[in-house]
Structure formats: structure tokens, C-alpha cells
Design a protein around this ligand. Structure first.
Ligand SMILES: NC(=O)c1ccc[n+]([C@@H]2O[C@H](COP(=O)([O-])OP(=O)(O)OC[C@H]3O[C@@H](n4cnc5c(N)ncnc54)[C@H](OP(=O)(O)O)[C@@H]3O)[C@@H](O)[C@H]2O)c1
Length: 255
């Protein structure tokens, strides 16, 4: 496992006055752009993913405000251990964003592709959320952000596991939001539902209204600042969500 920790007095001083965030899935796409925005906005940021060389490149812009840790969320038990240790090493965390995700167009229903999607977006996601919630409950506060998808709203023929896994993410953190409310602790849970964003993840036919990753990340940052429970990214995807929710199955199945 590869890791980078800032050293020295400067870090110890900053630790006291800056907010701390972890972005899982910060090596590319939405997570990377969001990590950059957080670094520009007085956060100390822990960045995690498998491609550590890409995480290390973020250090060029961040002086000593960045922690780097390799993680593979598909190996759920090891990932939980690594994630919990990383949180402790950073001295506690205020904001955790789980942007790590997998999904492929899978017309042939190749089981390996389906399984990797489920291991990443279902088991891996729930494992990290579990660690995050235990941390925030013990600390008495915190903000958890899951990046699900507009795809969570209906099944999808191009990638059935992807849509179903995103529905799991969205539903899972809704349950946690309900649970947290009963504790009255100031823990915020945000479900971000992007439409199409220009990243390696945006595959398949019929891509439209595709937003640049930095624009999507800025809208996510604004939703985080406002402690929103839900946000569609970009905002006009709310319209598509509304249509998807209302469309009868008899029409949806023909699309
Ligand atoms: N782009 C879109 O149109 C779109 C739409 C709706 C929702 N989303 C969601 O947005 C999130 C970010 O995706 P993106 O669009 O930014 O795509 P991306 O550029 O492919 O980013 C995916 C991120 O997830 C990380 N990741 C994947 N598998 C991992 C694993 N096993 N362990 C640890 N990290 C892993 C990747 O890092 P490594 O490969 O380095 O590990 C990468 O940093 C995903 O959850 C995706 O489902 C995207």
C-alpha cells in the first residue's frame, strides 16, 4: 500500500484551523476536480484511489495540505481497515465524499463486469460508508456525501448492475439519513445524482447534456456548502429525473 503524509510543524498548526475532508476516488474525473476545489477552499484533503501516481500529481498544487493513500474498495475488509486508519492518521475528518465507482456498458451481461460493478458500488460503497458513519457518530458530527447517479432512478438495459448499484447507494444513504435524524447528531448526508459528466465513466449511446467535470464538481461543492440532502448535477437533470420518475413501465421498457 502506497501512502504520503505531510510532515512538520506547519501541518500540526494547520490541522487545528482547517476543515478536513477525504475524497475516495480522487484519481480522476469528478472526485479529482472536487478534491482540487476543496484544496482551494481551506480544506486539508485526504485523497484515495488505486492509481496512486495520479493522486500524487495533486500534491503539486497543494503544498502540505494533502494526504495520499492507496485503496481498492473491491477488497472490502482491507479497504475498511485502511480507511479507518487513514481517518485516524488525519486526526479525524469533517467531510467524506465517496466518488469511487465502476460501471461498463455490458450488453453481453459478462459476469466479471457485473460483479466488479457490484463489488465496487455496492459492497465497497457500503463498507466505506460503514466506517464513515462509525467515525461521525463517535465524533458527534460530520458530513457524508455519496455520488450515486440519475441512473439510480430506473433500471438500465446497457448496464443493469450499474443502475441497480446506484439505486442501492441512494437508498442506503437515505436509510442512514433517517437513522441519523433520530440521534439528533449534526451529521449531514448528501446524495449527489449526476446526469452525464465528461469523464471515463460516461460511456454508451445517447450521451447528452454532458457537463465538464470541473463544472459538475463546483455544483457538488455548492451542494456540500448548503448541506443539501439531494442534488442533481448539473441542475437541469432534475427535469430528466422528474420525467423518469413519472414514466410508466410500459413506455420505459421500450426505450
Ligand atoms: N461521469 C458520469 O457521467 C457519471 C454520471 C453519474 C454518476 N457518476 C458517478 O460519479 C462517480 C465518479 O465517476 P467519474 O465520472 O468521475 O469517473 P472516473 O473518472 O472513472 O472516476 C472513478 C473514480 O473511482 C475510482 N475507483 C474505481 N474503482 C475503484 C476501486 N476499486 N477502489 C478505489 N477507487 C476506485 C477511480 O480510481 P482508480 O481507478 O485509480 O482506483 C476513480 O478515481 C462514480 O461513482 C460514478 O458512478 C458519474
Amino acid at each position: 500500500m502506497v501512502a504520503f503524509r505531510p510532515a512538520g510543524e506547519a501541518w500540526r498548526y494547520k490541522k487545528k484551523i482547517m476543515k478536513k475532508a477525504i475524497v475516495v476516488g480522487a484519481s480522476s474525473g469528478i472526485g479529482r476536480e472536487l478534491a482540487k476545489i476543496l484544496l482551494r477552499n481551506q480544506y486539508v484533503v485526504g485523497v484515495m484511489a488505486r492509481r496512486v501516481q495520479l493522486l500524487n500529481e495533486l500534491r503539486n498544487d497543494a503544498e502540505d495540505n494533502i494526504f495520499v493513500q492507496e485503496i481498492d474498495v473491491m477488497n472490502d475488509e482491507l479497504a475498511m481497515e485502511v480507511f479507518a486508519k487513514f481517518i485516524q492518521e488525519m486526526g479525524g475528518i469533517d467531510l467524506i465524499v465517496i466518488s469511487a465507482g465502476a460501471g461498463d456498458v455490458n450488453d453481453s451481461l459478462n459476469w466479471c463486469l457485473e460483479k466488479d460493478t457490484i463489488k465496487t458500488n455496492v459492497t465497497g460503497f457500503a463498507a466505506l460508508v460503514n466506517v464513515a458513519m462509525h467515525h461521525f457518530t463517535a465524533k458527534g458530527s460530520g458530513h457524508l456525501v455519496g455520488i450515486s447517479s440519475v441512473a439510480a432512478l430506473r433500471g438500465g438495459s446497457e448496464s443493469p448492475a450499474y443502475n441497480a448499484s446506484k439505486a442501492f447507494e441512494s437508498n442506503y444513504i437515505e436509510g442512514l439519513r433517517q437513522k441519523v435524524r433520530k440521534t439528533r447528531l449534526p451529521i449531514t448526508i448528501t446524495d449527489i445524482k449526476p446526469g452525464f459528466v465528461n469523464t471515463a465513466m460516461a460511456k454508451g449511446d445517447g450521451i447528452f447534456w454532458s457537463a465538464p467535470a470541473d463544472k459538475a464538481a463546483m455544483q457538488i461543492y455548492n451542494a456540500i456548502k448548503r448541506k443539501k440532502a439531494h442534488a442533481y448535477i448539473t441542475h437541469r437533470w432534475r427535469l430528466i429525473a422528474w420525467i423518469l420518475k413519472l414514466m410508466p413501465a410500459s413506455i420505459y421498457e421500450r426505450l
